[in-house]
Design a protein around this ligand. Structure first.
Ligand code: NAP
Length: 524
């Protein structure tokens, strides 16, 4: 039997009961470790986090908590090789793709450590200046943000076991809120190992960081008033969680990051041969293949002026033909497997559905897999689809195929392009490729309401931009509507979720004193 991973809850390591659920190598099909949360006393563990972890964190200033984040980053940096090894075994990703998750996590922690240090000795945040309520100014109002007194339950998706943990935990811990993380089962190993390393290094106070690996049964029942819930995963699961009795009863504040039909929009000037066209093709191929397209921010729809649609599809297809797919242990491989057989089946189903409504422009050849067996590994080959008319298919605008799959969609004019971008019904990100800044500005404002982020690539920034799908801690991550309606990151803006904003009304001297002792939010 393989190793049964322990859970860290109630300030101690605990073994779940039963044989547990096995985790697999999605390339080789071998069993790696097992997880179980059965039999854990979740209510006791959650209480410990709230009482012990919360109190200890809140006793520190922002600056002191920021120093803890820096030590976590240092601890993780020291074990980086082990994390790449786990990702290689359990996620089927190439080293470059694992880096997006692992180095992305460490980078994000480092950023919050730096931003947090600027908050210094403060223990609460001020939102704006005092306002006069009475005529003579003696009675005033000020807005403060104070740390939430519950815990945050972070329920994460399988595709980012490292970054998904720390992009949530960093702002939570900096805010003084203890974290309980439940990683997605398929890839829970990396999350568990990172937490084990941080616990072993003794960086955080007891109860500040807990991990429960395995079934989600009973987790939501253990929530109490003032607890927070930060979810990343599918829209269906988000809906079920939002409607859970304990979440409704206690009015649990929930942040939800779900699926998204992100688009890349080639401006009218992005004609073949232009820099904007070349940038767009490069980015679409990158987005389709990084982590085998298993990124919530990946480009799913490529919106192209109708005159250019065929050439764009051909250019993307010919670049995809150069992508070697297979066992990430082989250095020539650029794209590895999906995370599990279940994901491979779901992607295959999605490709089948899209094929019913769209033309298949490119389909990777499964027989060309490098050092891998398609009947054993969880592989999905890159697929590019196209439609002759944007409205000819509704599925293209409706289903998120969570793999290396995208569709080229032609548009008639700018208004049509913006309307198509909005057909995602709320997306995480849209990118715009153009040399025309007026067009880019119009796009950013026209589609902003339906997106969490608009990423503009002009020839000037073709080499320096950070990537359509790359979530940088300085920028907001999240999107309205279908994307979940959540907001994460965006610098210190992320702290808002973990604080309560309240107005203090009283004598001018009191309000001024409270605001004077606060750190300014969101700019430190
Ligand atoms: P999922 O099936 O919805 O699972 C997400 C998490 O919820 C997992 O930890 C899962 O645990 C847990 N879960 C499932 N049912 C639950 C329940 N009834 N109560 C509490 N927790 C429950 O999603 P996934 O397949 O892991 O992830 C893929 C999806 O996530 C894609 O749609 C992708 O777009 C989205 N995603 C979004 C973002 C974003 O930032 N917007 C980022 C990454 C991924 P188990 O694994 O144990 O079932």
């Amino acid at each position: 039997m393989t190793l049964l991973l322990d859970n860290h809850l109630g300030g101690r390591w605990q073994t779940g009961s039963g044989a547990g659920t096995p985790l697999f190598d999605p390339v080789l099909g071998t069993e790696l470790v097992r997880i179980s949360s059965a039999g854990l006393d979740l209510a006791e563990g959650f209480d410990y986090a709230r009482q012990r972890g919360g109190a200890a964190l809140r006793a520190l200033t922002y600056g002191e908590r920021a120093a803890l984040l820096a030590r976590i980053a240092e601890t993780l940096q020291g074990q980086r090789d082990a994390y790449f090894d786990i990702a290689l075994q359990n996620s089927g990703t190439t080293r470059n793709d694992s880096a997006v998750d692992i180095d992305g996590a460490i980078f994000t922690l480092g950023q919050y450590a730096r931003w947090g240090a600027k908050l210094g000795d403060a223990r609460w945040l001020a939102d704006g200046a005092a306002a006069r309520l009475g005529k003579d100014g003696s009675f005033q109002s000020g807005h403060v943000l104070t740390s939430q007194r519950g815990l945050v339950l972070c329920i994460n998706a399988f595709n980012f076991p490292a970054w998904g943990l720390w992009e949530k935990a960093a702002p939570a811990l900096l805010s003084g809120v203890p974290v309980v993380v439940k990683p997605a089962s398929a890839t829970a190993w990396l999350t568990q190992r990172m937490i084990a390393d941080v616990v072993a290094a003794g960086v955080l106070p007891d109860g500040a960081l807990s991990v429960v690996c395995g079934s989600s049964d009973g987790l939501l029942d253990a929530l109490q008033p003032f607890d927070l819930l930060s979810f990343t995963g599918s829209a269906d699961t988000a809906r079920a969680i939002r409607e859970h009795a304990a979440v409704l009863r206690h009015g649990v504040r929930m942040n939800s990051e779900t699926d998204s039909l992100n688009s890349a929009l080639l401006g009218p000037d992005a004609t073949p041969g232009s820099d904007a066209f070349a940038s767009a093709v490069r980015e679409v191929v990158r987005e389709m293949t990084i982590k085998s397209g298993q990124k919530c921010t990946a480009i799913r729809r490529v919106l192209v002026p109708q005159e250019q649609a065929r050439e764009a599809a051909d250019a993307i297809a010919s670049a995809l033909a150069g992508v070697k797919v297979g066992n990430p242990r082989n250095e020539s491989v650029r794209m590895g497997s999906l995370a599990s057989r279940a994901q491979a089946n779901a992607v295959r189903e999605g490709i089948g559905a899209l094929a019913g409504e769209a033309k298949r422009v490119y389909a990777g050849d499964e027989t060309a897999l490098v050092d891998a067996d398609a009947s054993v590994g969880a592989f999905a080959m890159p697929h590019l689809f196209a439609v002759d008319e944007a409205e000819a298919s509704s599925l293209v605008h409706d289903i998120e195929v969570f793999g290396p799959v995208a569709t080229v969609v032609p548009y008639r004019d700018a208004a049509h392009a913006f309307a198509l971008a909005r057909r995602g019904a709320g997306s995480l990100v849209a990118s715009v490729f153009t040399a025309d800044e007026d067009f880019a500005e119009r796009a950013a404002i026209e589609i902003g309401h339906a997106h969490g982020r608009v990423h503009v690539v002009t020839p000037e920034v073709a080499k320096t931009h950070t990537g359509h799908g790359n979530v940088m801690p300085m920028s907001l991550h999240g999107g309205p509507g279908r994307a979940g309606g959540g907001e994460e990151l965006g610098g210190l803006r992320a702290l808002a979720f973990y604080h309560q904003r309240s107005a203090v009304q009283g004598p001018q001297s009191l309000v001024e004193s409270i605001l004077r002792k606060a750190a300014a939010f969101p700019d430190a």
